[in-house]
Design a protein around this ligand. Sequence first.
Ligand code: ATP
Ligand code: MG
Length: 420
Amino acid sequence: MKYNALKGVHDIFPPDIYIWQKVESAAEEVFSAYGFQEIRVPIIEATDIFTRSIGETTDIVEKEMYTFPDKAGRSITLRPEGTAPVVRSYIENHLYNQPSPQKFFYSGPMFRYERPQKGRFRQFYQIGAEAFGAAEPKLDAEIISMLKLFLERLELKELNFEVNSIGCEKCRPDYKKALSDFFSNKISGLCPDCNRRYIHNPLRILDCKVDACIELRKNAPQVTNHLCGDCKEHFEGFQSLLKLLNISYVINPNMVRGLDYYTRTTFEVTSEEHLGSQKAVAAGGRYDRLVEEFGGPPTPAIGFAIGMERLVEILRNQNSGLHSGPKAFFATIGPKADTEGFLIAEKLRAKGINVELGYGDASLKSQLRRADKLKADYVFIIGDDELKSGRVKWKNLRDSSQGEIGIEEIPDFKGLRNQP
Ligand code: ATP
Ligand code: MG
């Protein structure tokens, strides 16, 4: 019997796992500097939480959710994104009682029933951040700056920041009307999905990926020309801060994002590298109404999510996150030497030094091959002669230097010290 993983999911193991770990620790480091604290929310939630927040007419809710009844017949869904669960938790745990703004980050798997392809999976991972309780554009700019710092920390190049404002509940109706008017004589040319979107939420047509719809929307009215005074001021404030921070960006007036809960600022970070059509590495926006719609107090908020697989794909192509191997490898010949090597290794490991050993009567040659494969810094060779003389040979596999050292002195050998 041979088992395979399900379609669209994947295992993560060495050496890739080192890139994942590097990304995760960079996120923790950079986000902490901005006052974001980690939050862990469940992978399953009541289905309503997603249908109500993400929106009935979005791709996610219409086509992509992993929804099924549990044994008691409740409809539950594997989370397709992290914002709705974090908002649920923020309200349920009365986190709004803490001084504002409250800032959280999370990382973990998300699930969407999509057609698997490069950069698109059914179980994929996101690192996300959500900040609650500040409406001013300073928070929007801060979040973009944090994202930029994080991606730069990972040495990501050729990043494009696209921003937009999609208005608020005051200006949205006016814009929706303008869109409806614009598309009213183009309905027959739109795809079946957009025909439905035309009726329920014409904004969604701007997010459609079908060529005919992209063509038909070319001269569609732009949301940025329909913003109310407050939204306009907010968007301008946001942009002037981006300029002050020297963050280059372009305005993409078609970027409405695939979720209904967004208000005002939306943004995407795309990379030109290696992703084919799946260029968005991170995306987010404001959702000033969502907390209230979920039954919480009126609370402006903003967040984003980074697609881990896409980020890792770029970093892999840049040869990033290459893992360093063990500091020392003890290649031993014979049972006595084997025990001696084992004991010294244990001493070193107790000091936090990464040490590997030969196992299972492997020949010296195959032990050395393994040391090489593991990318060990130093190999120590211990056999009967060495035990007798009390001195062993070492070799540095990086620069090929070699020498001898007393067995007792190995734990103090300079080359094995961990860098501070
Ligand atoms: P797309 O337009 O590519 O479908 P989206 O608008 O559905 O993206 P979001 O819901 O905003 O994406 O998620 C944020 C990020 O998560 C995306 O920019 C992308 O990097 C990543 N992502 C989304 N869906 C997938 C998936 N199925 N597989 C891998 N990564 C994904
Ligand atoms: Mg999508």
